[in-house]
Write a new protein. Sequence first.
Length: 69
Amino acid sequence: MLDRFGSRDRAQRRRFEVRSIGFTDSDLWIAASAHEYGLTLVSSDGDFTRMAEATGIATETWLVRDRDR
């Protein structure tokens, strides 16, 4: 799922840790749950936007900025 963010070198992929690209275990569980159940993930966290680019999970941000009012 997130191999797009990892190294192309096979030996480096074996030592790859998700935390090195900024995702926590909690982020992965949340994204995986949304993906499994076909849910839209609502968050202003940019990590989920990056995951959505690689996985196709639907994301939305409901945060209203002052300039958008």
